[in-house]
Design a binder for this molecule. Structure first.
Ligand SMILES: [Zn+2]
Length: 358
């Protein structure tokens, strides 16, 4: 009897031991998959990868590509940069379906700008996620993925412009000089912001001079000022009573301005070097505010679309609508070509550097 009890007790304690061993990530992955190496300090990665005031949490370079994919589940200084935009994509999708249910949506010519806005949002989120996930592989990868990130931003700017022009703008603004030149201007400044960012990244080395920020910020700011002009005009000229989209438009502007502040200045890590390496550095806060801006834009554009969808074709005409929408893939292509041409130039520079080091 006592032997039976002892045997049962030993089986029970074995089971408890098993349960108490919390499965680690390495237990869940097939043994053939390479696992990401532990993170290292700033001094252990090349200068190109070091971020100001971020002292640790860097992934070593030249690991297998799969290690960077699996680093999605590793704690490093880019983890939250990836997850913030992944979660933003999920929230965007949920809000899209909720609005489709509540306000209605049919895929036709009138809804094309709204659909392209959604496509542009997913494009920038996708390129941002891949850039933050894979850029640590090598200097080539770092440049390539960030150039594609700039392509995503330019496409997103144009996606917003389409939504603002066709659903939000007022007749008086459309008849102004800015309104008449808005669509070709949005294509040009979208491309210019991509080209300016690619040029500045390829041209300047760390520690970056102020000229680099100027090359990146001025074209992007010009593109934003143009893209937001129909919204700003409506916010200042129309009564907000009975206009449910306007608070969302005001929120998207406030979120964007805050995101621009955190993009341009390394705060709060500047005041606490090393303390914000994993959680809380400025780029993560920039991602959060930009995601909030995109979600507010979606809400606002859906509200505007639900009011104007029956008159869009009548007001703008088939031809203008189709030209504006065809410009979307054309801009995507133009920006991708610009990024690839700049990449070719960077490849030559990196090759020259490698040859000199031999
Ligand atoms: Zn980012």
């Amino acid at each position: 009897m006592s032997g039976d009890i002892l045997q049962r007790f030993s089986i029970f304690s074995l089971n408890v031991k098993h349960l108490s061993r919390f499965p680690r990530f390495s237990d869940l992955t097939p043994s053939s998959l390479p696992l990401p190496s532990p993170t290292v300090t700033a001094s252990q990665v090349p200068l190109l990868f070091r971020e100001p005031y971020i002292l640790s949490g860097y992934r070593p370079i030249q690991q297998d590509w799969r290690c960077y994919l699996l680093s999605l589940f590793q704690r490093h200084n880019e983890s939250l940069n990836v997850w913030t935009h992944l979660l933003a994509a999920v929230v965007l999708l949920i809000r899209w379906w909720a609005n489709v249910d509540a306000l209605g949506y049919t895929l036709d010519a009138a809804s094309l700008p709204l659909s392209l806005f959604l496509v542009s949002s997913f494009t920038y989120l996708f390129f941002s996620v891949t850039a933050h996930l894979f850029q640590s592989h090598s200097e080539h990868a770092h440049y390539f993925f960030f150039f594609m990130d700039y392509v995503g931003v330019a496409v997103y700017q144009y996606g917003c412009s389409l939504g603002h022009y066709f659903y939000t703008s007022q007749p008086a603004w459309r008849e102004s000089c800015v309104g008449l030149l808005f669509l070709p201007g949005a294509v040009f400044f979208g491309w210019l912001s991509c080209a300016g960012c690619c040029f500045a990244k390829a041209r300047y080395r760390r520690p970056y001079p102020l000229r680099r920020k100027i090359c990146q910020i001025i074209p992007t700011a010009l593109a934003y000022l143009l893209d937001i002009s129909p919204v700003a005009h409506r916010l200042f000229t129309v009564s907000w009573m009975g206009e449910p989209s306007l608070p969302f438009h005001a929120l998207q502007i406030a979120s964007f301005l805050l995101s621009a502040l955190f993009f341009s200045c390394p705060i709060p890590e500047r005041f606490f070097p090393g303390l914000c390496d994993f959680v809380g550095h400025g780029h993560q806060i920039f991602h959060l505010f930009l995601s909030l801006c995109t979600v507010c834009q979606l809400e606002a554009l859906f509200q505007d679309y639900s009011v104007r969808r029956d008159t869009v074709l009548e007001v703008f005409g088939d031809r203008q609508l189709w030209w504006a929408c065809v410009s979307f893939p054309a801009l995507f292509l133009g920006c991708t070509l610009t990024a690839l041409i700049t990449m070719r130039h960077v490849n030559r520079q990196l090759q020259g550097k490698q040859d000199r080091e031999k």
